[in-house]
Design a protein around this ligand. Structure first.
Ligand code: SF4
Length: 178
């Protein structure tokens, strides 16, 4: 039987959701008998190929995030928004109360401990969006895995259900909105 192919990525996130993915602990061994990984921090593959499931952590704060998310949507049959940042922008979206210029000045000019104040302008840097967006504002999302981060149990349940061809069903105890 061919394996299910899964890709994961972190956009404007902190990798905490990926750490929680690893909290499946020894259950990962059983899972990997049925799953192979495409693009993911665990494989270091740079572009998402055709996949069954894409797990996306983090919202969208720059043009590169949008590009990566569109590639995931194009390549993945099922797209899951993982964690508060992907679902509603989370902590990075706190900057939405300020202009991009105010944020840059706070980070690189006026912030505590800034030495040699200078706003970076290298053309290689991804262009910042004026606001941080959750995934569903840019692409269609199939499932949402709430939490900051979702628990390892929640990851295991949603992936096991999808692998079994079932509609995912998370118990109330697994649904966290903090
Ligand atoms: S939801 Fe929480 S753990 Fe996940 S990327 Fe955002 S801040 Fe990090």
């Amino acid at each position: 039987m061919s394996k299910i192919r899964i890709a994961t990525t972190s956009l404007a996130g902190c990798f905490g959701c990926h750490m929680s993915f690893l909290d499946m602990d020894e259950r990962l061994v059983g899972l990997l008998e049925h799953v192979e990984l495409d693009r993911s921090p665990l494989t270091d593959i740079k572009h998402c190929g055709p996949c069954d499931i894409g797990l996306v952590e983090g919202g969208l704060c720059n043009a590169e995030n949008v590009q990566v998310l569109r590639e995931f949507r194009q390549q993945c049959k099922i797209l899951i928004a993982v964690g508060a940042c992907a679902i509603n922008g989370g902590v990075p979206a706190m900057r939405n109360h300020y202009s991009v210029q105010e944020c840059l000045e706070e980070a690189y000019v006026n912030g505590v401990g800034v030495d040699n104040p200078m706003i970076p302008s290298d053309p290689e840097l991804p262009l910042l969006l004026s606001k941080v967006h959750p995934l569903h504002e840019v692409v269609r999302v199939d499932y949402y895995l709430p939490g900051c981060p979702p628990s390892g149990d929640a990851f295991f349940t949603i992936l096991s259900d999808l692998l079994a061809g079932k509609e995912p069903s998370l118990s109330k105890a697994m649904l966290h909105y903090d």
